[in-house]
Design a protein around this ligand. Structure first.
Ligand code: FAD
Length: 539
């Protein structure tokens, strides 16, 4: 009698459970064993912060499956509270912490990532968030408490800050870097910081926590931030202990090295999710992208490969979105910082269109940034922040990038339109129009380039109305409203370096076209006064 092959999966949440259930759909006869160190499988990690804030009041709503339900529906042998402690690759066995030795034909590692805890005095007093047990500990710790300090301004730290504010706690967020939300460029992150501050989160950037005591957090400059509870959300590190001890290759990123079929350096062992290195969309080099949708998609892929299908993983863009006090902040691909660091000749586009037709109730302003390779017109990345319509636009750009569309191609994408959903020229089309204009030789100046240009003698013309100008203007700008420019342009005769700007860039574009057609050489301030203000606020 032949025995069924056995697949053992380490980690029973995003990547592990996606692998397990797809594998069962692929193969009814295989033994599938899932080892999960915590007390729960298939729980909603991404929902954990919202239970702390009471947005998801029922803890049970976080628990999507149980070992019993997975046994009944999929005949998967799920063992909770079971940690895999070693792998014997020669014997093809995994040993659990209770000493049980389990044979595998294929082993799948999806153990996730562990919260990073830097060597700060008292760090053991800080709470972290990864599992249902962690969320239970945080809920118990914050009960009846008045104040919290969160260390780390990444998306988990920010989500925790929002949820602690929902509980009415005094909430301080400490970030060692110059800005919160690292995936965004500074002027885009500033919009998020402002929304957080408006909702009572006290943000300290360039603030390094050096000690945690029962009274709160001490910063490098000696300041003490009082807190009843301290939460560390300083980032995550791939959980690679098992893989390392088994001698599997680890990439320079710290993740487990895998090929395009998620195979590790041992062809019988696969790795995926936060523990595994991914391939960057632009460089093809190893990258860490600890996101749920990547883990889920790769789980499906691993199951297919095990079942004999010849399929490969695509490089990743790292498309992500976070919701904070009604604001959505999303990004895909590279930001400007990264693109410049990689030595690209970048073209940057900021725009601030309405989320849908302005005349239809409920429209709000989107803040969009496109990072383009000026040599090839390839889209390198995008960032979008706003109250409505952010998710749809970032997903369109991510899809365009995956499909290899150029930035100019965005101009002619045919997108669904009715006034409550978009505009006849969608913000995505607008990004393409602006790019097309730049490809054809129109000029822009970035917010961070303006000071140097002004110092060197540039003439800056604010083409907004006199009322807008008097409400706040860029130092050194002269005001010639767009509707008067045709008559007054001779006032600009002889200007060496002419820059125009308006509120968001559109009237500035009209002014630039008018002046260009009259024979001037002129540049438009990209993103207008709004982008300039965000950038200046961030400094
Ligand atoms: P996990 O889903 O973390 O599963 C790993 C499991 O392996 C864990 O349960 C762990 O207990 C278990 N394990 C570890 N070692 C062993 C061992 N030796 N033996 C047995 N079991 C072991 N991503 C998004 O895309 N969007 C979001 O909104 C989002 N929000 C998040 C919010 C929070 C609070 C957190 C913590 C993460 C969030 N993520 C989000 C990230 C997302 O949850 C992860 O990228 C994803 O879960 C990774 O899947 P994984 O299978 O690699 O690891």
């Amino acid at each position: 009698m032949t025995t069924s092959p056995t697949t053992v999966i380490v980690g029973g949440v995003a990547g592990g459970m996606s692998t397990a259930t797809r594998l069962r759909r692929n193969d009814e006869h295989r033994d599938i064993i899932v080892l999960e160190a915590s007390g729960h499988v298939s729980f909603a990690n991404c929902g954990l912060p919202y239970h702390v804030g009471g947005v998801i009041p029922e803890r049970s709503d976080l628990l999507l499956q149980t070992p019993q339900s997975l046994k009944e529906r999929f005949n998967i042998d799920v063992r909770i509270n079971t940690r895999a402690v070693s792998i014997d690759r020669e014997a093809q066995t995994v040993t659990t912490q209770s000493g049980e030795v389990i044979h595998y034909d294929e082993l799948v590692l999806s153990p996730g990532a562990a919260p990073f805890l830097p060597p700060i005095a008292g760090i053991e007093q800080a709470l972290t968030l990864r599992t249902v047990e962690d969320v239970d500990a945080i809920v118990a710790a914050v009960e009846g408490m008045a104040s919290a300090v969160i260390i780390g301004g990444g998306f988990i730290g920010l989500e925790m800050a929002e949820n602690l504010r929902h509980r009415g706690m005094r909430t301080t967020l400490v970030e060692a870097g110059p800005q919160i939300m690292g995936p965004l460029d500074t002027e885009m992150a500033q919009i998020v910081a402002t929304r957080m501050a408006d909702n009572g989160v006290d943000i300290h950037t360039n603030a390094e926590a050096t000690a945690i005591t029962e009274h709160g957090v001490t910063l490098a400059d000696g300041q003490v931030l009082a807190a009843d509870v301290v939460i560390a959300a300083i980032g995550v590190r791939p959980a690679t202990d098992l893989a390392k001890a088994a001698g599997l290759e680890i990439s320079g990123t710290g993740g487990i090295t895998v090929d395009r079929q998620q195979r590790t350096s041992d062809p019988r062992i696969f790795a995926l999710g936060d523990a595994a290195a991914k391939k960057d969309i632009h460089t093809g080099e190893d990258a860490l992208v600890p996101l749920a949708q990547t883990a889920n998609r790769h789980g499906r892929l691993v199951a297919d490969v095990i079942a004999g299908r010849d399929t490969t993983a695509k490089p990743v863009l790292g498309t992500a979105i976070v919701g904070l006090f009604g604001l959505a902040a999303a990004s895909t691909g590279w930001n400007e910082r990264r693109a410049r660091k990689e030595g690209y000749n970048v073209r940057i586009i900021h725009l601030h269109p309405a989320s849908h037709a302005g005349y239809y109730p409920g429209a709000s302003q989107l803040h969009m940034k496109l990072v383009v390779d000026a040599d090839t017109d390839a889209i390198l990345g995008a960032q979008i922040v706003g109250d409505n319509g952010v998710d749809k636009r970032i997903d369109i750009i991510a899809t365009a990038m995956r499909a290899g569309l150029t930035a100019t191609d965005l101009a002619d994408l045919e997108l669904a339109y009715a006034p409550q959903f978009g505009s006849a020229k969608d913000p995505i089309n607008f990004a393409g129009f602006i790019n097309d204009n730049l490809v054809r030789g129109e000029r822009t100046v970035q917010w961070h380039e303006l000071d140097a240009r002004m110092t060197a003698g540039a003439t800056l013309v604010d083409v907004r109305t006199a009322a807008e100008f008097s409400n706040g203007a860029i130092p050194g700008a002269i005001n010639i409203p767009l509707d008067e420019l045709r008559e007054r342009h001779t006032e600009l005769a002889g200007a060496d370096d002419l820059i125009v700007h308006c509120q968001v860039g559109l009237r500035g574009h009209n002014a630039a076209r008018l002046l260009t057609n009259l024979g001037y050489t002129v540049a438009n301030l990209d993103g207008g006064y709004v982008t300039w203000t965000h950038g200046k606020q961030a400094k």
